[in-house]
Design a protein around this ligand. Structure first.
Ligand SMILES: [Zn+2]
Length: 372
C-alpha cells in the first residue's frame, strides 16, 4: 500500500472529521452518542466499570490477523486522543476517495479500542482515577480496577501492537527552533540498558514512518521522549512483555487551546501507524527514530520581557493552569519562571519594559486581568 498523501488526507479530514467534539472536557456521556451511531463495521461492547461504576467499553473493527490494541484517556483530563480516535472510526466508516487505504488496514488488522479507560477521571477532569491512582504508573501493583481491566484485555487480545494515547503540557518544545511540541512519541525501553530488541526496533520503525508523514503537516513540531526505563510505566512493561507499544503525546500548537491541530495530527499518526503495521514494515528504518529531536521544556504560553519586579529587571514566563469551570476547561495564568528567558519560546512574547510590580503576587494578579 502506497504512502499516505498529505494533501488528500488533510482534505478528507477537513470534510469529514467528527463535529461537536470541541471542548477538551470530554466524558463517556459525550462520546456515547458517537459509539451508539457506529455502523456494522464496529462491535461495541461493555467490558467493565470504573471505580465509581461508570461503563467502560471496547470497540472492535477490522478482520485481519494482526492485532492492534489502543486505549485513550488513561489520564482522565487528556482527551485529544479520544477525539482523534473518533475521527479515525469516521475514516473507516466513510473513507471516500481513500477506500483502498481503509480496506487495506481492515483486511490486515483487527483493532481493539478502549475509548476513555478512566471515565471517573474524565468527569472530574483529573489525571488520576477516582481512587487517586495514576493508571500509567500502576502496571505492576494493579491497584486500580481500570488497570486490571486493561491488563485482562491485554492478555485476552495478545496484541502485536499497542497505542497508548496521552496529552502533554504546553511547556514541551522541540529543538532547534524551540517550536511547540504538537506531537511527541516514545518507543519505550524494555530495561535500564535501553536495549534494542526486535520488538522495540519494530516500534521505532513505525514511529519513524509516522514522523515522516507528520513533518509535512507540523514541521519541526514533533519531539521524542526520553527512553529512560520506568519500571512502573505501562508502555515500558507492555513492550517488555512483547507487545510493541507506541506512546503518542498530543500537545499544543500556537494559539490552539482546543487542540484541533494536535487532534488532526494524532488522527494522521494513528492512520499512518496502522498502515505501517498492516504492511509489516519490519525494523529496517528504526535508526531514523533516533533522529527525531528530543523534547525539551522551553515553551511557555506567554513571556513578558524586561519587567521590573521588586526593583529588579527580569523576564516573566507564564504558563496557563487548566481549570474546569462549569464543564468547560478554562486557563488561569500562573508565573512559571522569573529569569532571563532569551532561549525560551512562547505563544506571545511581549515587551514588559513599562511594567513595574511590587512583588510576584502583584504580577500574578495583574496577569489574571491581562488574560481574562
Ligand atoms: Zn497522560
Amino acid at each position: 500500500m502506497k504512502k499516505i498523501d498529505i494533501e488528500k488526507i488533510t482534505s478528507w479530514y477537513k470534510e469529514n472529521h467528527v463535529v461537536g467534539l470541541d471542548d477538551r472536557y470530554l466524558t463517556s456521556d459525550n462520546i456515547r452518542p458517537h459509539l451508539t451511531a457506529l455502523n456494522e463495521l464496529f462491535k461495541v461492547e461493555k467490558i467493565g466499570e470504573s471505580f465509581e461504576g461508570r461503563a467502560i467499553n471496547k470497540v472492535i473493527f477490522g478482520r485481519g490477523k494482526i492485532k492492534i490494541f489502543l486505549w485513550t484517556q488513561m489520564h482522565g483530563n487528556e482527551s485529544t486522543g479520544t477525539r482523534a480516535l473518533l475521527d479515525l472510526m469516521e475514516f473507516f466508516t466513510k473513507p471516500e476517495a481513500e477506500a483502498n487505504l481503509a480496506n487495506y488496514i481492515l483486511e490486515a488488522a483487527t483493532i481493539y479500542c478502549i475509548p476513555i479507560l478512566n471515565p471517573d477521571g474524565a468527569v472530574a477532569y483529573t489525571r488520576v482515577n477516582a481512587q487517586g491512582i495514576d493508571l500509567n504508573r500502576d502496571v505492576i501493583d494493579k491497584k486500580a480496577k481500570e488497570s486490571q481491566l486493561l491488563q485482562d484485555w491485554l492478555k485476552k487480545i495478545n496484541p502485536d501492537f499497542c497505542f497508548n494515547l496521552h496529552d502533554q503540557r504546553t511547556i514541551f518544545s522541540v529543538a532547534p527552533h524551540n517550536k511547540t511540541a504538537t506531537l511527541s512519541f516514545l518507543a519505550p525501553s524494555i530495561d535500564e540498558k535501553r536495549s534494542l530488541n526486535q520488538g522495540r526496533k519494530e516500534t521505532m520503525t513505525v514511529i519513524a514512518a509516522m514522523n515522516d508523514l507528520l513533518q509535512q503537516f507540523i514541521p519541526d513540531q514533533i519531539g521524542r521522549y526520553t527512553d529512560e526505563f520506568y519500571p512502573t510505566a505501562t508502555g515500558d512493561n507492555f513492550q517488555k512483555m512483547g507487545h510493541n507499544t507506541i506512546l503518542i503525546e498530543s500537545g499544543h500548537a500556537k494559539g490552539d487551546y482546543n487542540r484541533y491541530i494536535s487532534r488532526e495530527a494524532t488522527f494522521m499518526a494513528l492512520l499512518e501507524g496502522m498502515r505501517c503495521i498492516a504492511a509489516g514494515l519490519g525494523t529496517d528504518n528504526h535508526l531514523s527514530y533516533l533522529r527525531i529531536p528530543n523534547n525539551e521544556k522551553k515553551y511557555l504560553d506567554a513571556i513578558f520581557k524586561n519587567v521590573s519586579v521588586a526593583g529588579r529587571k527580569t523576564d516573566i514566563g507564564v504558563l496557563f493552569i487548566e481549570e474546569l469551570v462549569q464543564e468547560k476547561v478554562c486557563f488561569r495564568p500562573s508565573i512559571d519562571q522569573m529569569k532571563d528567558l532569551d532561549d525560551y519560546n512562547a505563544d506571545e512574547i511581549i515587551n514588559g519594559e513599562n511594567l513595574d510590580f511590587e512583588n510576584k503576587n502583584a504580577a500574578e494578579n495583574w496577569l489574571k486581568n491581562r488574560f481574562n
